[in-house]
Design a protein around this ligand. Structure first.
Ligand SMILES: Nc1ncnc2c1ncn2[C@@H]1O[C@H](COP(=O)(O)OP(=O)(O)O)[C@@H](O)[C@H]1O
Ligand SMILES: [Mg+2]
Length: 287
C-alpha cells in the first residue's frame, strides 16, 4: 500500500483547495438527533483556513451540538464531517466521523476548544497549561514554563500573579483568559470557542472580543493562518469581529455569509435575532 489515499478514512476525492483556499473543516448533510428530538437536519458547512466563523442561533438551536459534532465529541446521526490533518501536510481532508482513534488524536493535536465553562482542571493555572503541553508536545519542563508564561502574557494576564493561582481563585473573566491562554499554548491551527462571553459583564466581554481577535491573528509557528470557530449569541461580538456568520434555525443553516450582509438578509430568523434586545430594566426582578 502506498500513499495516504489507500487509507479508508481519507476518502475525500475533491481535495481541499476550492478556489485556492484550504479547507479546515467541512460538514456534509450533518444530522444529529437525540431520541425523537431532531437537532440538526442536514448541515452543509465549509470552514476555510484563516476564517473567523461565528455560529449563531436561538438558545437550543443546536449550536453547541454542531460544534461538538465537528470536533467529534458527539457522534453524528447522519452525514459526514471532514477535517484537515495538520499532522500530514498536503494530505486530503480526513473524514473524522469514521476516523480511527489514532488519526483523530493526531488531528486533535492541532485543535483547541475553549468550552463555555472553561473546563479548567482543579489545580493551578500552571498545571492546567502544563498538562496540555505535556500531552501535546515533547517540550522540556523548562520550555513548558516558558510557553505557559508567554501564553498568559499574550492573554494580558499578570503572569507572576496568576501562574500559581488555583483555578478556584480566578474571577470569571480571568478564568476565561486562562482557558484561552491554555488553548493558545499549543499553537492550534483551529481555535473553537463555545459562548466565550456568556456570563461576563460587558466590559470583560469587550476584552474577550479583543483577545479572540488577537489570538486569531497571533502568528503561528508554521506561518499558516489560524482558523477560529465561535459559537455565540453575543451580538456585540459579531459587531466587533465582523466574522462570517452562520445562523442555525430549525436544524438548518438559514444564513451563511458576511456579517455586513446579515442584517439586510431576507432571513426572517436573522431579523428576529437582531431585533431582540437583551434589556432588563423595567422588568421585575426574576421576571
Ligand atoms: N446530550 C444531549 N442529550 C439530549 N439532548 C441534548 C443533548 N445535548 C443537547 N441536547 C438538545 O439539543 C438541543 C440543542 O442544544 P444545544 O446545541 O446545546 O443548543 P444551543 O444552540 O443553545 O447551544 C437542545 O434541545 C438540547 O436539549
Ligand atoms: Mg450552547
Amino acid at each position: 500500500m502506498t500513499g495516504v489515499s489507500s487509507q479508508p478514512e481519507r476518502d475525500d476525492p475533491v481535495g481541499d483547495q476550492p478556489g485556492g483556499r484550504a479547507v479546515e473543516l467541512r460538514t456534509e448533510q450533518l444530522a444529529k438527533s437525540f431520541g425523537d428530538e431532531v437537532v440538526l437536519r442536514g448541515v452543509d458547512l465549509e470552514v476555510c483556513r484563516g476564517q473567523i466563523v461565528a455560529v449563531v442561533g436561538a438558545s437550543g438551536s443546536g449550536k453547541t451540538v454542531l460544534l461538538d459534532c465537528m470536533v467529534r465529541l458527539l457522534e453524528v446521526s447522519g452525514g459526514r464531517v471532514f477535517a484537515a490533518d495538520h499532522g500530514r501536510a498536503g494530505s486530503p481532508l480526513t473524514e473524522i466521523t469514521r476516523a480511527k482513534e489514532r488519526v483523530l488524536q493526531r488531528i486533535r493535536l492541532h485543535w483547541a476548544v475553549v468550552f463555555q465553562r472553561n473546563a479548567l482542571f482543579s489545580g493551578s493555572v500552571y498545571e492546567n497549561i502544563a498538562l496540555l503541553l505535556r500531552e501535546h508536545t515533547k517540550l522540556s519542563e523548562r520550555a513548558i514554563v516558558q510557553r505557559a508564561r508567554e501564553s498568559l502574557g499574550a492573554c494580558a494576564l499578570d503572569v507572576d500573579d496568576v501562574l500559581h493561582k488555583d483555578r478556584d481563585e480566578l474571577s470569571g473573566g480571568m478564568a476565561k483568559r486562562v482557558a484561552i491562554a491554555r488553548a493558545i499554548a499549543i499553537d492550534p491551527a483551529v481555535l473553537f470557542y463555545d459562548e466565550p462571553t456568556t456570563g461576563l459583564d460587558p466590559v470583560v466581554s469587550g476584552s474577550i472580543h479583543e483577545l479572540i481577535w488577537n489570538m486569531h491573528h497571533r502568528p503561528r509557528s508554521t506561518g499558516e493562518q489560524r482558523t477560529t470557530v465561535i459559537v455565540t449569541h453575543d451580538k456585540e461580538l459579531l459587531r466587533r469581529l465582523s466574522p462570517r456568520v452562520v445562523m442555525l434555525h430549525h436544524g438548518e443553516i438559514c444564513y451563511d455569509g458576511e456579517y455586513a450582509g446579515f442584517g439586510g438578509s431576507d432571513c426572517e430568523p436573522a431579523q428576529e435575532y437582531l431585533r431582540e434586545m437583551p434589556v432588563l430594566h423595567g422588568r421585575k426582578a426574576g421576571g
